[in-house]
Design a protein around this ligand. Structure first.
Ligand code: SF4
Ligand code: SF4
Length: 136
């Protein structure tokens, strides 16, 4: 499974290389998406982790035991409907039916509840109107 985590580091936790420990001791594949940390001052780090759920949970416990606050983030898909030309390309690539174009108006409709965040619409829209945002 993949999880996105927002980590908040207290000053004392900034001196240690947690990423190295997570990879070596917990067998996690990590991708640091954004980091704003100052050594000795603290900060935040946005990280994507890929591993079996059990390993991720153990890694999270490890970070918490060092005073790091860990929040899970959910992905959400957004699109800029003000620029949509209703070409239908995204709807035809959407596997869950979250995007659809139907009669009588033939305008794109987005049902966020059905979205499984497969990200196929990000590639299929010629106008590049889709983006992923992270929410706690
Ligand atoms: S991310 Fe996937 S499921 Fe969600 S709207 Fe885009 S294509 Fe459809
Ligand atoms: S592919 Fe882009 S422009 Fe075409 S209908 Fe979907 S959001 Fe609109």
């Amino acid at each position: 499974m993949e999880k996105k985590l927002l980590l908040s580091f207290p000053p004392e936790a900034t001196f240690q290389s947690f990423a190295y420990e997570l990879v070596k001791d917990y067998d996690l594949r990590i991708n640091i998406l954004k980091a704003e940390i100052e050594i000795g001052k603290g900060g935040k780090l946005l990280m994507a982790i890929e591993a079996p759920e059990e390993n991720i949970e153990r890694g999270i416990e490890y970070m918490k035991s060092h005073g790091i606050q860990v929040s899970s983030l959910a992905n959400k898909v957004f699109y800029d409907n003000s620029r949509c030309v209703n070409c239908g390309s995204c709807a035809s690539s959407c596997p869950s039916g979250a995007l659809s174009i139907t009669a009588p108006d033939w305008k794109l409709k987005f049902d966020a509840e059905k979205c499984i965040v497969c990200k196929l619409c990000l590639k299929s829209c010629p106008m590049k109107l889709f983006s992923i945002e992270f929410t706690e």
